[in-house]
Design a protein around this ligand. Sequence first.
Ligand code: NAG
Ligand code: NAG
Ligand code: NAG
Ligand code: NAG
Ligand code: NAG
Ligand code: NAG
Ligand code: NAG
Ligand code: NAG
Ligand code: NAG
Ligand code: NAG
Length: 355
Amino acid sequence: MPRSLVSFLPFSLCLIGAAGIGTFDVFQRSCQTPITGFLFCSFSVTKNWDFLKFREWSDSLPGKIKNVELYIKCESEASVFLPWPVRARSLKVFDIQGCLIQGFYDEYQTAANYTDSIVDLKIANCVIEENQNDHIHRSLHESPSRSFACGQESVVVWDIKNLTWTFPRIPVGPKAHQNQRIAPYYSCNYTHMVYLEETFQYIRENSSVATRYPVLKVATFSSNNFSSVPEKGRNWPSHFPLLEVMDLSNNSIGHFQFENPIENHSLYVDLRNNSVVDVPTNMTSYLMETRAIIIDLRHNPIKCSCDLLNFRDYLKQIQTRFPEWKNGTRVYCKTGGEQTLTLVTDLTSQSCENL
Ligand SMILES: *[C@@H]1O[C@H](CO)[C@@H](O)[C@H](O)[C@H]1NC(C)=O
Ligand SMILES: *[C@@H]1O[C@H](CO)[C@@H](O)[C@H](O)[C@H]1NC(C)=O
Ligand SMILES: *[C@@H]1O[C@H](CO)[C@@H](O)[C@H](O)[C@H]1NC(C)=O
Ligand SMILES: *[C@@H]1O[C@H](CO)[C@@H](O)[C@H](O)[C@H]1NC(C)=O
Ligand SMILES: *[C@@H]1O[C@H](CO)[C@@H](O)[C@H](O)[C@H]1NC(C)=O
Ligand SMILES: *[C@@H]1O[C@H](CO)[C@@H](O)[C@H](O)[C@H]1NC(C)=O
Ligand SMILES: *[C@@H]1O[C@H](CO)[C@@H](O)[C@H](O)[C@H]1NC(C)=O
Ligand SMILES: *[C@@H]1O[C@H](CO)[C@@H](O)[C@H](O)[C@H]1NC(C)=O
Ligand SMILES: *[C@@H]1O[C@H](CO)[C@@H](O)[C@H](O)[C@H]1NC(C)=O
Ligand SMILES: *[C@@H]1O[C@H](CO)[C@@H](O)[C@H](O)[C@H]1NC(C)=O
């Protein structure tokens, strides 16, 4: 591609002229500009890396920058100074893996001074470093800016896996009071998001900010050690009116309840690998003429009893109405002391008495 080479050369020369400072050289070496205005940067961090310097550098670039993609991978123990919500000039793709994140709260109360630009956000296997006293102080005395609390509302794919903190979080009571006093002073509206994933995050901040995802199709909250369905999931039509799949698998959920879907809309809820013992006895109410909630309860310690007859009817209706979900209806229940498994769809009003 000779054309891209032509555009790359004067650009690099220009940079050397503009910022001969050593720290900027590393950015220049790690970024490519195959097309004018498009910047692809990939860093393999062995010790530390500073997002603020990167931002300063990208601000200093001449000409129009349309699209920046930033990929960061840390070797063990490497750290990155990274204030949430990662705002920088035209940053469209942000992908970070395996880093210790410092300065996460640096812009906690800062208003957004770069427009929302991130489309693809990926954070995996990172740890946020935070001082416990700062955490308590912030919880008691500070409120996040809208920019911090909502993050970037331009995101289409939000994929956060295994993001943890350096110390165990204690829920701080008064924070809720403070929030209640001023809340709701803003709401977050993720108008483009279609995929939301937050998994392997055993502890999370409890935010009372109202959120809305008008076009979200898939929400994944698998493997979070949840003991109940989160509020967003229960009242899903008000947060995710167009949701098609909600993955709550591999948690410790014992009881569940969902709002009914809106007209002509069906939702598949994955509740596999949870702790459901007693299935609600009104499961068939989730199946209405023009809408349905299909709940996958495989791999739960369900107790056999005649209370499951409604659930049996529910599974049979799914088999007829939604043949594509037939596999999900192979749900077993357990009988008392014996570890005998019985297929729920095989239960009859006679056989359930003897289990
Ligand atoms: C945005 O705010 C940060 C932190 O207050 C500041 O360092 C930076 O210069 C600001 N950027 C712009 C473009 O105003
Ligand atoms: C989560 O990330 C940590 C590093 O921060 C890693 O050691 C651990 O194996 C990850 N856990 C999972 C389940 O991926
Ligand atoms: C969210 O944004 C959309 C499009 O910008 C707008 O139509 C809708 O009213 C907003 N909803 C809320 C609750 O702010
Ligand atoms: C989170 O906050 C809501 C409302 O502020 C509250 O009802 C709920 O119990 C809290 N959840 C946890 C796990 O603290
Ligand atoms: C389920 O969660 C456990 C820990 O809670 C984890 O070790 C396991 O990898 C998870 N399985 C899947 C398929 O996500
Ligand atoms: C999961 O939750 C239980 C109780 O709710 C707790 O005892 C346990 O430590 C949690 N597991 C992890 C990996 O956080
Ligand atoms: C259920 O848990 C087992 C063991 O942790 C794991 O192998 C399996 O993949 C999990 N299934 C789902 C759907 O999370
Ligand atoms: C639901 O779908 C049926 C047939 O597909 C249609 O006749 C009906 O008008 C739809 N109702 C709504 C509220 O969209
Ligand atoms: C099932 O019953 C519970 C409690 O009686 C109720 O809150 C819930 O709305 C019912 N579910 C459906 C789908 O009707
Ligand atoms: C259903 O189960 C069968 C056999 O266990 C398998 O071959 C098939 O791929 C499954 N279908 C789906 C949609 O998972």
